[in-house]
Design a protein. Structure first.
Length: 133
């Protein structure tokens, strides 16, 4: 065997080993790239599902609107409670005045009845005295 042939064979073996090694590296890098692309697509899908800035802004406006309406509703509820309390006071006042009116009417009619009785009892005396003449 010729030494140059042997050297050539050794060089071919060395080059084949380097080729295999570089091919394995390339396959590993290709797998890493595929994994990164997969991760990128997952992240992209996640981002696509996120609301846009317009939606976020609109949600913020709606939340502020809701807070304002809630504040107004609480104020109206307090006002309504105040009106219920006033209504209750007015009903009590009406009840008291109605009772007072009934008592006054009752006393008035009792007084008229007593006066009528007095008239009626005094009348026969006058009639008798007129009949005697």
């Amino acid at each position: 065997a010729d030494p140059s042939t042997y050297e050539m064979m050794q060089k071919v073996k060395t080059l084949q080993k380097r080729l295999i090694s570089k091919t394995e590296e390339a396959v590993e890098k290709d797998l890493a790239i595929q994994e990164k692309e997969k991760l990128y697509l997952e992240m992209r899908n996640l981002l696509d599902k996120q609301p846009s800035s317009e939606v976020v802004e609109e949600v913020g406006k709606q939340q502020n609107n809701l807070k304002e309406k809630t504040k107004q509703m609480k104020a109206m509820a307090a006002e309504l409670n105040m009106y219920h309390a006033q209504l209750s006071d007015y009903k009590e006042e009406i009840e008291r005045v109605t009772k007072e009116l009934q008592d006054t009417k009752r006393r008035y009619f009792e007084q008229r009845h007593r006066e009528q009785l007095l008239k009626d009892t005094s009348r026969p005396d006058k009639q008798q005295s007129q009949q005697v003449r």
